[in-house]
Design a protein around this ligand. Structure first.
Ligand SMILES: [Zn+2]
Ligand SMILES: [Zn+2]
Ligand SMILES: [Zn+2]
Ligand SMILES: [Zn+2]
Length: 262
Protein backbone atom coordinates (compact mmCIF):
# COMPACT_ATOMS: atom_id res chain seq x y z
CA UNK A 1 0.00 0.00 0.00
CA UNK A 2 1.52 3.28 -1.07
CA UNK A 3 -1.45 5.52 -0.40
CA UNK A 4 0.19 7.61 2.28
CA UNK A 5 3.19 8.54 0.15
CA UNK A 6 3.10 11.93 -1.54
CA UNK A 7 5.88 12.27 -4.06
CA UNK A 8 8.02 15.29 -3.32
CA UNK A 9 7.88 15.93 -7.09
CA UNK A 10 4.11 16.14 -7.21
CA UNK A 11 3.75 19.89 -6.98
CA UNK A 12 6.81 20.73 -9.05
CA UNK A 13 6.74 20.79 -12.83
CA UNK A 14 10.32 21.88 -12.91
CA UNK A 15 12.33 19.22 -11.12
CA UNK A 16 15.38 21.46 -11.41
CA UNK A 17 13.92 23.74 -8.76
CA UNK A 18 16.15 22.04 -6.24
CA UNK A 19 16.00 24.63 -3.50
CA UNK A 20 12.23 24.30 -3.22
CA UNK A 21 12.48 20.56 -3.52
CA UNK A 22 14.97 20.49 -0.67
CA UNK A 23 12.63 22.55 1.50
CA UNK A 24 9.84 20.17 0.62
CA UNK A 25 11.93 17.13 1.63
CA UNK A 26 12.71 18.76 4.97
CA UNK A 27 8.95 18.95 5.63
CA UNK A 28 8.75 15.17 5.76
CA UNK A 29 9.29 13.81 9.24
CA UNK A 30 9.61 10.36 10.73
CA UNK A 31 6.29 9.41 12.32
CA UNK A 32 8.11 7.82 15.26
CA UNK A 33 10.96 10.15 16.26
CA UNK A 34 9.72 13.23 14.38
CA UNK A 35 13.20 13.85 12.94
CA UNK A 36 13.98 14.58 9.29
CA UNK A 37 13.85 11.55 7.00
CA UNK A 38 17.61 11.79 6.58
CA UNK A 39 18.77 8.31 7.66
CA UNK A 40 18.02 5.34 5.36
CA UNK A 41 16.25 3.01 5.07
CA UNK A 42 13.10 5.12 4.75
CA UNK A 43 9.96 3.00 4.84
CA UNK A 44 6.27 3.65 4.45
CA UNK A 45 4.32 2.34 7.40
CA UNK A 46 1.39 0.07 6.68
CA UNK A 47 -1.21 2.32 8.24
CA UNK A 48 0.08 5.84 7.86
CA UNK A 49 3.30 7.79 7.86
CA UNK A 50 6.95 6.99 7.30
CA UNK A 51 9.80 5.63 9.39
CA UNK A 52 13.45 6.69 9.29
CA UNK A 53 16.48 4.44 9.65
CA UNK A 54 17.07 5.65 13.22
CA UNK A 55 13.84 3.90 14.16
CA UNK A 56 14.25 0.76 12.09
CA UNK A 57 14.92 -1.27 15.27
CA UNK A 58 11.25 -0.84 16.13
CA UNK A 59 9.29 -3.75 14.69
CA UNK A 60 6.33 -2.29 12.75
CA UNK A 61 4.22 -3.38 9.83
CA UNK A 62 5.71 -1.82 6.72
CA UNK A 63 4.13 -1.08 3.36
CA UNK A 64 7.19 -0.57 1.19
CA UNK A 65 10.59 1.07 0.95
CA UNK A 66 10.30 4.76 0.04
CA UNK A 67 12.77 4.42 -2.79
CA UNK A 68 11.71 7.52 -4.75
CA UNK A 69 12.16 9.59 -1.62
CA UNK A 70 15.54 7.99 -0.92
CA UNK A 71 16.82 8.58 -4.45
CA UNK A 72 15.83 12.24 -4.28
CA UNK A 73 17.18 12.73 -0.75
CA UNK A 74 20.49 11.15 -1.72
CA UNK A 75 21.28 14.34 -3.69
CA UNK A 76 20.61 16.55 -0.67
CA UNK A 77 22.23 17.59 2.60
CA UNK A 78 20.49 17.52 5.95
CA UNK A 79 21.05 19.15 9.33
CA UNK A 80 22.12 17.10 12.34
CA UNK A 81 19.02 16.49 14.43
CA UNK A 82 20.46 17.75 17.73
CA UNK A 83 19.31 21.26 18.35
CA UNK A 84 22.60 22.85 19.34
CA UNK A 85 24.53 21.28 16.47
CA UNK A 86 24.88 23.22 13.23
CA UNK A 87 26.46 20.51 11.10
CA UNK A 88 25.03 20.06 7.61
CA UNK A 89 25.63 16.53 6.38
CA UNK A 90 25.34 14.64 3.16
CA UNK A 91 22.85 11.80 2.88
CA UNK A 92 24.58 8.69 4.20
CA UNK A 93 26.67 10.66 6.72
CA UNK A 94 23.88 11.70 9.07
CA UNK A 95 23.56 8.51 11.10
CA UNK A 96 27.28 8.08 11.83
CA UNK A 97 27.56 11.73 12.76
CA UNK A 98 24.58 11.59 15.11
CA UNK A 99 26.04 8.58 16.95
CA UNK A 100 29.15 10.57 17.86
CA UNK A 101 27.79 14.13 17.71
CA UNK A 102 29.31 16.13 20.58
CA UNK A 103 26.04 18.07 20.90
CA UNK A 104 24.02 14.91 21.22
CA UNK A 105 21.58 14.96 24.09
CA UNK A 106 19.98 12.12 25.95
CA UNK A 107 16.72 11.64 27.76
CA UNK A 108 17.11 11.32 31.47
CA UNK A 109 16.64 7.68 32.58
CA UNK A 110 14.87 8.98 35.68
CA UNK A 111 12.15 10.48 33.44
CA UNK A 112 12.49 14.08 34.57
CA UNK A 113 12.07 15.24 30.92
CA UNK A 114 15.39 17.07 30.90
CA UNK A 115 17.79 16.49 28.04
CA UNK A 116 21.48 16.42 28.82
CA UNK A 117 24.70 15.89 26.93
CA UNK A 118 26.61 12.79 27.99
CA UNK A 119 29.29 14.77 29.85
CA UNK A 120 26.61 16.68 31.80
CA UNK A 121 24.78 13.55 32.84
CA UNK A 122 26.78 12.72 35.97
CA UNK A 123 26.37 16.26 37.27
CA UNK A 124 22.65 16.15 36.49
CA UNK A 125 22.26 12.85 38.32
CA UNK A 126 24.24 14.06 41.34
CA UNK A 127 22.23 17.27 41.70
CA UNK A 128 18.73 16.09 40.78
CA UNK A 129 18.65 12.32 41.35
CA UNK A 130 21.16 11.82 44.11
CA UNK A 131 18.90 9.30 45.84
CA UNK A 132 19.37 7.01 42.82
CA UNK A 133 23.10 6.65 43.35
CA UNK A 134 24.09 3.08 44.05
CA UNK A 135 26.58 2.23 46.68
CA UNK A 136 28.62 -0.88 46.08
CA UNK A 137 25.64 -2.95 47.29
CA UNK A 138 21.91 -2.63 47.07
CA UNK A 139 18.86 -4.74 47.90
CA UNK A 140 16.24 -6.20 45.59
CA UNK A 141 13.03 -8.02 46.41
CA UNK A 142 12.72 -10.72 43.75
CA UNK A 143 9.26 -11.96 44.60
CA UNK A 144 7.52 -8.71 43.68
CA UNK A 145 7.21 -6.94 40.34
CA UNK A 146 9.39 -3.90 40.35
CA UNK A 147 11.27 -1.70 37.85
CA UNK A 148 14.16 0.33 39.06
CA UNK A 149 16.91 2.47 37.56
CA UNK A 150 20.04 3.57 39.40
CA UNK A 151 23.32 5.16 38.56
CA UNK A 152 26.74 3.99 39.54
CA UNK A 153 30.19 5.54 39.31
CA UNK A 154 33.21 3.41 38.67
CA UNK A 155 36.71 4.84 38.20
CA UNK A 156 35.29 8.17 37.09
CA UNK A 157 32.89 6.67 34.52
CA UNK A 158 29.14 6.80 34.77
CA UNK A 159 26.99 3.69 34.48
CA UNK A 160 23.23 3.30 34.57
CA UNK A 161 21.85 0.11 36.08
CA UNK A 162 18.39 -1.14 35.28
CA UNK A 163 16.76 -3.85 37.30
CA UNK A 164 13.47 -5.61 36.73
CA UNK A 165 12.08 -8.17 39.11
CA UNK A 166 8.95 -10.29 38.92
CA UNK A 167 7.65 -13.56 40.36
CA UNK A 168 9.54 -15.45 37.63
CA UNK A 169 12.82 -13.64 37.23
CA UNK A 170 15.18 -10.83 37.93
CA UNK A 171 16.77 -9.06 34.92
CA UNK A 172 19.69 -6.65 34.94
CA UNK A 173 21.16 -4.24 32.39
CA UNK A 174 24.13 -1.95 32.71
CA UNK A 175 24.64 0.99 30.34
CA UNK A 176 27.41 3.48 29.72
CA UNK A 177 27.32 6.89 28.01
CA UNK A 178 30.96 6.63 27.02
CA UNK A 179 32.29 5.12 23.81
CA UNK A 180 34.91 2.95 25.42
CA UNK A 181 37.84 1.55 23.46
CA UNK A 182 37.52 -1.74 25.30
CA UNK A 183 34.01 -3.01 25.82
CA UNK A 184 33.36 -3.05 29.54
CA UNK A 185 31.81 -6.09 31.14
CA UNK A 186 29.93 -6.36 34.37
CA UNK A 187 29.76 -8.97 37.03
CA UNK A 188 26.93 -9.19 39.49
CA UNK A 189 27.02 -11.05 42.78
CA UNK A 190 23.66 -11.81 44.38
CA UNK A 191 23.65 -12.78 48.01
CA UNK A 192 20.79 -14.08 50.14
CA UNK A 193 20.12 -13.25 53.77
CA UNK A 194 21.87 -16.49 54.80
CA UNK A 195 24.98 -15.50 52.80
CA UNK A 196 24.66 -17.90 49.82
CA UNK A 197 25.99 -16.16 46.72
CA UNK A 198 25.30 -16.55 42.98
CA UNK A 199 27.54 -14.68 40.56
CA UNK A 200 26.66 -13.65 37.01
CA UNK A 201 29.93 -13.22 35.14
CA UNK A 202 31.07 -11.45 31.99
CA UNK A 203 27.94 -9.63 30.89
CA UNK A 204 28.27 -6.88 28.29
CA UNK A 205 27.74 -3.29 29.30
CA UNK A 206 25.50 -1.71 26.62
CA UNK A 207 26.54 1.56 25.07
CA UNK A 208 23.67 4.06 25.20
CA UNK A 209 24.98 5.77 22.06
CA UNK A 210 24.39 2.72 19.93
CA UNK A 211 21.83 0.72 21.85
CA UNK A 212 18.46 2.40 21.45
CA UNK A 213 16.34 2.10 24.50
CA UNK A 214 13.23 3.84 25.76
CA UNK A 215 13.29 4.46 29.51
CA UNK A 216 9.57 5.19 29.51
CA UNK A 217 8.85 1.80 27.90
CA UNK A 218 10.96 0.13 30.56
CA UNK A 219 9.04 1.88 33.33
CA UNK A 220 5.77 0.96 31.56
CA UNK A 221 4.77 4.61 31.25
CA UNK A 222 5.40 5.21 27.53
CA UNK A 223 2.71 7.06 25.55
CA UNK A 224 4.36 6.65 22.12
CA UNK A 225 1.87 4.57 20.14
CA UNK A 226 4.65 3.19 17.93
CA UNK A 227 6.60 1.80 20.85
CA UNK A 228 5.19 -1.68 20.84
CA UNK A 229 6.89 -4.83 22.05
CA UNK A 230 9.69 -4.63 24.53
CA UNK A 231 11.72 -1.55 23.69
CA UNK A 232 12.89 -1.65 27.24
CA UNK A 233 15.33 -4.39 26.26
CA UNK A 234 15.62 -7.78 27.85
CA UNK A 235 18.70 -7.64 30.03
CA UNK A 236 20.51 -10.47 31.68
CA UNK A 237 17.80 -12.70 33.06
CA UNK A 238 18.11 -14.68 36.21
CA UNK A 239 15.20 -17.04 36.74
CA UNK A 240 13.86 -17.12 40.26
CA UNK A 241 14.03 -20.91 40.20
CA UNK A 242 17.77 -20.55 39.69
CA UNK A 243 17.98 -18.01 42.47
CA UNK A 244 15.98 -20.29 44.76
CA UNK A 245 18.19 -23.27 43.99
CA UNK A 246 21.34 -21.26 44.49
CA UNK A 247 20.19 -19.24 47.40
CA UNK A 248 17.50 -21.14 49.23
CA UNK A 249 14.30 -19.16 49.43
CA UNK A 250 14.66 -16.23 47.06
CA UNK A 251 13.20 -13.20 48.70
CA UNK A 252 15.17 -10.17 49.72
CA UNK A 253 18.57 -10.31 48.11
CA UNK A 254 21.61 -8.15 48.16
CA UNK A 255 23.32 -7.26 44.85
CA UNK A 256 26.87 -6.20 44.30
CA UNK A 257 28.06 -4.87 40.96
CA UNK A 258 31.56 -4.85 39.58
CA UNK A 259 32.70 -3.36 36.25
CA UNK A 260 35.72 -4.61 34.39
CA UNK A 261 37.22 -2.85 31.38
CA UNK A 262 39.51 -4.59 28.89
ZN1 LIG B 1 12.71 7.98 13.21
ZN1 LIG C 1 25.55 16.98 15.36
ZN1 LIG D 1 16.81 13.80 35.30
ZN1 LIG E 1 8.74 4.09 24.64
Amino acid sequence: MAGSYVSPFSSYDNVGDSENLHKKLLDFRCSICNKHLSVPPIDHLKNEGMRCGRCSYIPLELAERASIFERTAAEMSFPCSFKNCHEILRWGEVHMHEIICPKRDFECPFLCDKLNKSDEMLNHFMTEHHEKKLGSQWKIQVRTEDFSVFFFEHEGDLYVVRCFTSKQKAAFDVFTYATPMNSPMFELAITSSDAATATIMDQNVSCIRTFPTCWKCFMRSCQNKYHVGDLGGSGTNVANSFLRRMLGSAGRLSCELDIRVG
